[in-house]
Design a binder for this molecule. Structure first.
Ligand code: FAD
Length: 377
């Protein structure tokens, strides 16, 4: 029986990564359909993050996170310029609050250089005081290429480009099953209460928190090529007074996390976090995004290490986002996985797993990589 529709390439998921991939494939001349199960685009991970354009400082050398962040950062700044996407190169301060952390700063400086981030500037206590008088720090590093972006405007610009190159987006279209059909794939898609079928030569799974579940729907894919996705919630607290800061401020990283750091939105409002809260239930349908009333009390003493004026009453529970973690608690900083045919043996298929931070920054570079992996398929 023939399928209801056919196309050359299907991208599952209209988050930032799916939209960037669809844009790259469409601009390379592919006929692209984007399938999104929700009524609107970018309602999940892409709507609940820090909106920071990362420099690429902390990731292990030669990892996908390091390479795609550094390359993606250059591309996203150029994209913002050419597409009028609101963004600001605010710069970020990494601050030590004790003398014994100065060796950590030196190690961060070296790691950044290994990743090709060569613009970090060491700062003395006095230099930090001149930049941000409210900070209490014994020394630090300035990352001038860290910035912020209006991620919603970015996403709309990606979609605009993709559609201009011929891609179409189908909302409320959930992929429920995938079988191999000749050299391509046949998808069952639930749309407006009905199930339709769609055939495609190329299939890219950009389903974010659902990526492992979607990969398990692909009938011929060996389960050994599907890592589990664990969920780690990140809670934010918002500052309910005017922010005295002009830079993003990060303490020296602690074991297992970046510490309770301060980021700014495009309007200049400050928020702190995200922390790391592992969820016991790994079903994305059951995520509770509410932020506990206990968060301000938990964050305030940690922020006070670098901003002594903070009090718990200056903080309000904010929003939260959830990270797709493929390494679990044992390997919380596992690298991105972008598995093409060379990994799993199925022509025309790419699965993206564990696209947590810096996925926004890296999105254009990820898209370029996926397009390249499928170029001869
Ligand atoms: C707390 C937090 C803070 C972050 N901060 C930053 C930051 O400051 N800078 C940075 O660079 N990165 C940051 N990130 C990472 C960044 O937000 C993500 O890497 C990026 O948004 C992931 O986009 P995505 O398209 O992969 O996923 P998503 O945006 O979740 O999109 C996946 C889409 O797939 C759809 N889908 C799932 N299953 C199906 C199906 N069966 N059929 C059809 N559609 C389906 C979903 O509905 C969803 O819309 C942060 C992440 C978190 C959680």
């Amino acid at each position: 029986m023939s399928a209801d529709f056919s196309t050359e390439a299907v991208v599952i998921g209209a988050g930032i990564v799916g939209l960037a991939v669809a844009r790259a494939l469409a601009q390379a001349g592919r006929d692209v359909v984007i399938l999104e199960k929700n009524a609107r685009v970018s309602e999940e991970i892409s709507a609940r993050n820090s909106e920071v354009i990362h420099a690429g400082i902390y990731y292990p050398k030669a990892s996908l996170k390091a390479d795609l962040c550094v390359e993606g950062r250059k591309q996203i700044y150029a994209f913002c310029e050419s597409h009028d996407v609101p963004h600001k190169r605010l710069g970020k301060l990494i601050v030590a609050t004790r003398a014994d952390q100065h060796q950590d700063l030196a190690a961060i400086h070296q790691k950044a250089a290994d990743n090709g981030v060569t613009d970090l500037q060491p700062l003395s206590k006095a230099q930090i005081g001149a930049l941000e008088p409210d900070l209490s720090a014994t020394g630090g590093l300035l990352s001038p290429s860290t910035g912020i972006i209006d991620s919603h405007a970015y996403m709309l610009a990606l979609l605009g480009d993709a559609e201009a190159a011929g891609a179409s987006l189908v909302r409320e279209a959930e992929v429920t099953f995938v079988t191999r059909r000749g050299d391509g794939y046949r998808l069952a898609v639930r749309n407006a209460g009905e199930t339709m079928t769609l055939e495609t030569s190329l299939l890219v799974n950009c389903a974010g928190l659902w990526a492992s579940r979607v990969a398990r729907l692909i009938e011929p894919l060996d389960p050994m090529f599907v890592p589990p996705t664990f969920l780690a919630k990140g809670n934010y607290a918002t500052l309910n007074t005017r922010s005295p800061f002009r830079h993003l401020v990060y303490p020296v990283p602690e074991v297992g996390g970046l510490g309770v750091h301060l980021t700014l939105d495009m309007g200049g409002a400050a928020r702190f976090g995200p922390d790391v809260e592992w969820l016991e239930n790994d079903d994305p349908a059951r995520i509770d995004y509410a932020v506990s009333q206990a968060v301000p009390a938990r964050f305030a003493p940690r922020i006070a290490a670098y901003w002594p004026k903070i009090t718990e009453t200056m903080l309000t529970p904010g929003y939260s986002g959830v990270r797709p973690k493929i390494g679990g608690r044992e390997n919380p900083n596992a690298d991105f996985r972008i598995d093409g045919p060379a990994v799993h043996g199925l022509g025309g298929l790419v699965n993206l797993f564990g696209i947590e931070s810096p996925g926004l920054t890296a999105s254009l570079a990820i898209a370029g990589k996926v397009e390249e992996m499928l170029r001869d398929a």
